[in-house]
Design a protein around this ligand. Structure first.
Ligand SMILES: Nc1ncnc2c1ncn2[C@@H]1O[C@H](COP(=O)(O)OP(=O)(O)OP(=O)(O)O)[C@@H](O)[C@H]1O
Ligand SMILES: [Mg+2]
Length: 359
């Protein structure tokens, strides 16, 4: 791909005998908001540090902006990194922190001051320059760290779980701001996160990693709707997977019965015989007394109820199965939340099924 700003080909990384990156091939486009998503220890930070030049690759090639980075030091690369723990200097002022990266630049002091002001305005900290950095809240510190990275105008900004230390509300606000900021500055952002919701909300594309390998690279919607494997499906949101038998274009699913299926519902190829049939909680609903439907129906017993205010999640056991399915329902006026132990009628859509070769 010619417009790739970051291009990795068959990159391996060993720490001693430990094989941390196992053949990563990846192109990231200029201007993209790209996320690396995966469980703890899968190699996200290693991959990011490899791109930044803090780690060298054991084999394979890494190009940044079309140039081979094999012998290019971290500080000579067109990248900059924002860390999880806001690595700001507490004894310096906000402006001194933000201007830190410019200390060796040939800009005159008036130009530096302007650049600092601009960077602070970008991250919503206009007028905070003279504050002591140690007197800032966690969210403000992370903004300072961002401003300090952005002032150097890198082509690629690498962000290693930058929001994970913040509480939920603040994290959501910063997600919003980060996304807006990325659009505004047009710099390629590579975000490392183990929070799948964060990755879905923020990214143009996501690479899901397990054990040093990319399991799937796709847009948030493709990843959610068409996971290649059961493991990816279960990692991104909730995926109920039932044992099924597939024969041609029909699946016989435990607890749900027979349904037609098409090849596009099997992203890694149509299985034949034993398979796993996945369905998301929002593709099923509970029917209330007297409610009729043209959708497919089944029945099950409500074994657990999780009330979230706007939504209720029901764990329901279908006949002939043991593992409960999760069904999500929007809470609306006049519709009571069901109790545990209720036998419920369920409606579901065959088009929403995803088939996996692995059960
Ligand atoms: N310097 C090192 N020496 C030896 N092993 C390392 C080193 N750095 C990382 N590892 C190992 O490599 C694997 C990947 O680590 P990495 O930090 O990239 O994971 P991660 O996906 O960022 O996880 P987390 O979400 O917990 O931050 C882990 O098993 C880790 O223990
Ligand atoms: Mg990490």
């Amino acid at each position: 791909m010619t417009d790739a700003i970051v291009s990795l080909t068959d990159v391996h990384k060993y720490y001693g005998t430990y094989h941390a990156l196992r053949g990563i091939t990846l192109d990231i486009r200029a201007g993209e908001f790209f996320s690396l998503l995966g469980p703890s220890g899968c190699g996200k930070t290693t991959l990011l540090r490899t791109i930044a030049g803090f780690e060298d690759v054991s084999s394979g090639t890494l190009l940044l902006d079309g140039k081979d980075m094999a012998r290019v030091a971290a500080n000579k690369r067109p990248t900059n990194m924002v860390f999880q723990s806001y690595a700001i200097f507490p004894h310096l002022s906000v402006a001194e922190n933000v201007g830190f990266g410019l200390r060796r630049s040939s800009m005159d002091s008036a130009a530096k001051a302007r650049a600092v002001d601009e960077a602070l305005e970008m991250v919503g900290l206009k007028g905070y320059g003279t504050r002591a950095a140690h007197a800032l809240s966690g969210g403000q510190r992370q903004r300072v760290a961002l401003a300090r990275a952005l002032i150097l105008k890198p082509k690629v900004l690498l962000l290693d779980e930058p929001l994970s230390a913040l509480d939920k509300k603040l994290r959501e606000q910063m997600q919003n701001e980060l996304r807006r900021l990325q659009r505004q500055v047009g710099i390629t952002f590579i975000l490392v996160t183990h929070d799948q919701e964060e990755a879905l909300i923020m990214s143009d594309r996501i690479a899901v990693m397990f054990e040093g390998e990319i399991a799937q690279l796709a847009s948030p919607q493709d990843l959610y709707r068409r996971p290649l494997t059961r493991r990816v499906g279960e990692f991104i949101g909730v995926m109920n997977v039932l044992p099924a038998t597939v024969s041609g274009q029909e699946a016989d699913i435990a607890g749900l019965g027979r349904a037609p299926v098409t090849p596009d519902q099997a992203p890694s190829g149509m299985p034949e015989g034993t398979a796993g049939a996945g369905i998301r909680p929002e593709s099923m609903s509970i029917l209330y007394d007297g409610e009729t439907t043209t959708r497919r129906t089944a029945s099950g017993e409500v074994v657990e109820v999780f009330y979230y205010g706007d939504m209720t999640y029901y764990d329901v056991v279908l006949p002939g199965t043991t593992k409960p399915m999760t069904i999500s329902m929007k809470n609306v006026a006049g519709r009571p939340v069901l109790d545990r132990g209720t036998t419920a009628r369920i409606a579901w859509d065959a088009e929403a099924l995803v088939l996996f070769g692995d059960t």
